[in-house]
Design a binder for this molecule. Structure first.
Ligand SMILES: [Zn+2]
Length: 323
């Protein structure tokens, strides 16, 4: 089994950095923490699926969070894509708590939790659109197309599932996590013939890898937070305050006296997550709160990352630090 993009999604890391770098009393902190918790529970839901997916036959290739451009260049993201010799499956994972009502009449998903109702777009409509886009991607790159099934997986075992109307035409496509192996056995019976060879599946995997582009959002713009609201400085790994000062090659915490040689690494990661993928010497000094050009240069060179620009405007690529 081949897995892909299992690392923590970038948006979750960005939200963590944002919460770390805003004043604790900032008025947007509660909303940001809500979004963060929602994304984290969605991510955990997907992680918990991996146990059930491990029961699938070894020749199933499974891709997580694949984000590809369709034939018109519009990106679409699939929570899980399974490619097998006989068929493909696109899965949308829902981790909502409480009661989920799949309403076919008006194509919406309603969550009933703690006496509050929230409406979301219909995940069945979402995966049907993803299937059209997925097939257009395959056609564009002259890759083989096997029939593609769709599934909406409710990953929270305590969630109550309801259908509206009760004879929902897509009821068979909405399942709980533990039913995945049973469902795929049914697909195996439905699609008897092998349509894709291992070589063809390998080629598809290479194309997915080549065209996959993780969504990168400007998190400050999204929450309408100005750069000046982001607190600079180096966090102490021990007491988490922004109290570290550089002295004789070490970072020393002025709050708890903890010493570190590389506490600046997390600070530079925060810079990449919140501002820009590359950093100049001047930006580095400002964000790490140091005055010496020479020390900033030593730190930046020690990262051993790609550099662009000349002597005056040299920038250091920080993306490798996030990998
Ligand atoms: Zn400290």
């Amino acid at each position: 089994m081949f897995t892909y993009e299992e690392k923590v999604p970038l948006t979750i890391l960005q939200l963590e950095a944002l919460i770390r770098r805003l004043h604790p009393n900032h008025n947007k902190i509660p909303a940001i923490k809500d979004d963060y918790n929602n994304r984290l529970s969605g991510y955990r839901g997907e992680k918990s699926l991996q146990y059930y997916l491990s029961f699938l036959p070894k020749n199933y290739k499974i891709f997580y969070g694949l984000r590809l451009p369709d034939s018109e260049g519009r990106y679409f993201q699939m929570d899980i894509l399974m490619v097998t010799p006989k068929y493909n499956v696109i899965c949308e994972v829902k981790n909502h708590k409480g009661t989920l009502i799949f309403d076919q009449n008006v194509n919406q998903l309603i969550q009933d939790f703690n006496g509050k109702q929230m409406a979301y777009s219909d995940p069945i409509v979402q995966v049907l659109r993803q299937r059209i886009q997925f097939h257009s991607f395959l056609t564009k790159h002259k890759l083989p197309i096997a029939p593609t099934e769709i599934l909406v997986i409710v990953s929270n075992p305590h969630t109550i599932i309801k259908m509206e109307p009760s004879n929902h035409p897509n009821a068979n496509n909405i399942i709980r996590t533990e039913s995945i192996p049973i469902k795929t056995e049914k697909f195996e019976v439905k699609y008897k013939k092998d349509l894709l060879t291992p070589t063809q599946i390998g080629k598809m995997a290479r194309y997915f890898k080549k065209f996959h582009k993780p969504l990168q959002t400007n998190i400050l713009q999204q929450y309408q937070i100005s750069e000046s609201e982001i607190l600079p400085g180096v966090h102490c790994p021990e007491c988490l305050t922004l109290s570290m000062k550089r002295s004789k090659g070490y970072w020393i915490c002025h709050s708890c006296n903890y010493q570190s040689k590389d506490a600046h690494m997390d600070t530079l990661k925060d810079f990449a997550l919140l501002f820009n993928r590359s950093i100049t010497n001047k930006e580095c000094r400002q964000f790490l709160q140091i005055s010496s050009i020479k020390i900033a240069t030593t730190i930046l060179i020690s990262l051993e990352v790609n550099q662009t620009g000349g002597k005056k405007n040299r920038a250091y690529d920080l993306m490798d630090l996030l990998k």
